[in-house]
Design a binder for this molecule. Structure first.
Ligand code: SF4
Length: 444
C-alpha cells in the first residue's frame, strides 16, 4: 500500500449508521489516516450499508460495481471495505464474495471498532479480512468520534431491537436490545458539552425501551435517563430517535413538561392507520392507542411537533385500510412524515405473506398519501409565520454562502441571512415565510 492513507466513507440509511461512520472516521483519524473530501481522492473507500429498503441495497451494489475498474488498476494501493447492516446477512456476504471478490474488508455492525486492526492485518498479511461477530457482542465504550457538526452530536444509548415487526430486517442485523450504562452516557454527554456540543440526539432502534443499569445495580429507564441528562450544565437541547409507540410511557410523556432541555419534537412511527394492518405488522398497538398517545403528548406539550414513518402497500392492505391511514394523517396532522413503499426484505416474515400488493396500486396510494402529508406540512408551517423562534444554526447553505440554516426546537428547518459567527449558536429568528419543507426568516 502507498503512504497516502486517505479514506472516504459512503453512508446509507439511518442516524445509527451515520453515527457508526463518525466513529469509523474518529478511529481512523486517531490512527493517522486522513479523511478525503471526495471518493476519488481516497485510497481507502468504505461503504456503510443499510438493509432496511430494497432501494438502498440496489444503490450500494450499483456504486460498489463502479469501483471494479479502479480496483483492478490500482490493486493493493486501493482498498475497498464494506460494513453495516447488509453485512449481517449471509446471502449478502455470499453475493459479495461471488460477484465482487475484489472487496478487501467485510465487517459487521457489532465489530465496527475492529476496522483499524482489520486494515493492519490486510496490509501485513496481504489477504482479505472478514469479521462478523455474532449478535450479543459486548458494548465497546470510549471509541473516538469525528463529528459531522461541532455543536451537535449523536449519542448511542442502546443497540439492537426486540420487536420483530414483520416487515423489518433490523432485529436480524443489529441483534437483541443492549443498553449502555447511564453513567457512561452521562459521562459522554458531559465530555461532548465540554467540546462545544449544545444538542444531543439519543439514538437507538427503540429508545423507549432503554433499560440501563446503574453502577449500583438500580435500573434506569428512558425517562430516568432524560431527567439525568436534563441536569447537565451547558447542554441546551435533547432529542431522541426512534420511538416505538408501544413503549411510549406516561412517565416519558411527562418529561416533555418537566425537562426544559427536551425539545418539543417527537418522531413517532405509526406505519399504518389500520389496526388490522398494524396487527399484521406485529406493531403491538392499535390505531386508537396511537391516537390516544398523540392526544396525551399534545395535552402535556401543546407546542410539540410530531413526525412519523408510514409504509404504503403492506401485503394484504386493502383500499379501505389505506384510507384509514389517510384519515389518521388528517386527524393527527403530522408536521412531516417519511413515507415508504413496502418492499420485501429477505428473511422477514412478511416476505412470505400472501397478497403482495401490485406496484401500480402501491405507487397510486403512495402519491395520494404524499399529497395529504405535504398539504398538512405546509399548513402547519404557515402557523409559524410571524413567530420568533430559537434556531440552532447549522451553517451556510451548500448553494449560497450568505444563506444560513438551522433547526428550531420543533425540528423545523429555517433558512435566513446570516454570517459564519452564528454557526453553532442559538439565535432568534422571526419567521417571514414558509414552504412545505422549510421556513424562511430574519435574525432579530
Ligand atoms: S421496532 Fe420494528 S421497525 Fe423498528 S427496528 Fe425494531 S423491528 Fe424494525
Amino acid at each position: 500500500m502507498s503512504d497516502n492513507k486517505k479514506f472516504f466513507i459512503t453512508t446509507f440509511g439511518c442516524q445509527m449508521n451515520e453515527h457508526d461512520s463518525e466513529i469509523i472516521s474518529g478511529m481512523l483519524i486517531e490512527k493517522g489516516y486522513e479523511l478525503a473530501k471526495e471518493r476519488k481522492d481516497a485510497n481507502i473507500v468504505i461503504f456503510n450499508t443499510c438493509s432496511i429498503r430494497e432501494n438502498a441495497d440496489k444503490r450500494f451494489f450499483g456504486t460498489l460495481g463502479q469501483l471494479k475498474k479502479r480496483k483492478m488498476a490500482e490493486r493493493e494501493n486501493f482498498t475497498v471495505c464494506v460494513c453495516g447492516c447488509m453485512m449481517q446477512q449471509q446471502h449478502i456476504i455470499d453475493t459479495i464474495k461471488e460477484k465482487y471478490p475484489w472487496v478487501d474488508v467485510i465487517f459487521g455492525t457489532h465489530n465496527v471498532h475492529e476496522l483499524p486492526i482489520l486494515l493492519d492485518n490486510l496490509y501485513k498479511e496481504k489477504h482479505k479480512q472478514l469479521s462478523i461477530w455474532p449478535e450479543g457482542a459486548e458494548i465497546v465504550e470510549g471509541l473516538p468520534t469525528e463529528r459531522l457538526f461541532k455543536h451537535k452530536a449523536f449519542v448511542n444509548i442502546m443497540f439492537g431491537c426486540n420487536n420483530f415487526c414483520t416487515y423489518c430486517i433490523v432485529p436480524y442485523t443489529r441483534g437483541r436490545e443492549r443498553s449502555r450504562k447511564p453513567e457512561d452516557i452521562v459521562r459522554e454527554v458531559k465530555n461532548l458539552v465540554k467540546d462545544g456540543v449544545k444538542e444531543v440526539t439519543l439514538l437507538g432502534q427503540n429508545v423507549n425501551s432503554y433499560k440501563g443499569e446503574h453502577d449500583n445495580g438500580e435500573l434506569c429507564d428512558f425517562a430516568d435517563l432524560i431527567y439525568l441528562l436534563n441536569d447537565i450544565d451547558g447542554l441546551e437541547r435533547i432529542r431522541f430517535m426512534t420511538s416505538h409507540p408501544k413503549d411510549l410511557s406516561d412517565k416519558l410523556i411527562g418529561a416533555f413538561k418537566d425537562c426544559a432541555k427536551l425539545c418539543h419534537y417527537v418522531h413517532l412511527p405509526v406505519q399504518s392507520g389500520s389496526s388490522k394492518v398494524l396487527k399484521e405488522m406485529n406493531r403491538k398497538y392499535t390505531r386508537e392507542k396511537y391516537l390516544d398517545l398523540v392526544k396525551k403528548l399534545r395535552e402535556i406539550d401543546p407546542e410539540i411537533a410530531i413526525s412519523t414513518d408510514i409504509i404504503v402497500g403492506f401485503p394484504g392492505e386493502t383500499e379501505e385500510e389505506f384510507e384509514e391511514t389517510l384519515s389518521l394523517c388528517k386527524e393527527v396532522r403530522y408536521d412531516s412524515a417519511f413515507t415508504f413503499l413496502y418492499s420485501i426484505r429477505k428473511g422477514t416474515p412478511a416476505e412470505n405473506f400472501k397478497d403482495q400488493i401490485n406496484e401500480d396500486v402501491k405507487h397510486n396510494r403512495f402519491n395520494r398519501l404524499v399529497e395529504v402529508i405535504n398539504d398538512i406540512s405546509q399548513e402547519k408551517n404557515k402557523e409559524y409565520v410571524g413567530k420568533t423562534l430559537k434556531v440552532l444554526v447549522e451553517g451556510p447553505s451548500k448553494t449560497n454562502s450568505k444563506t444560513f440554516s438551522g433547526r428550531t426546537e420543533t425540528f423545523k428547518l429555517v433558512n435566513f441571512k446570516g454570517d459564519s459567527s452564528m454557526t453553532g449558536e442559538i439565535v432568534n429568528v422571526k419567521i417571514t415565510d414558509c414552504n412545505t419543507f422549510s421556513l424562511e426568516g430574519q435574525v432579530v
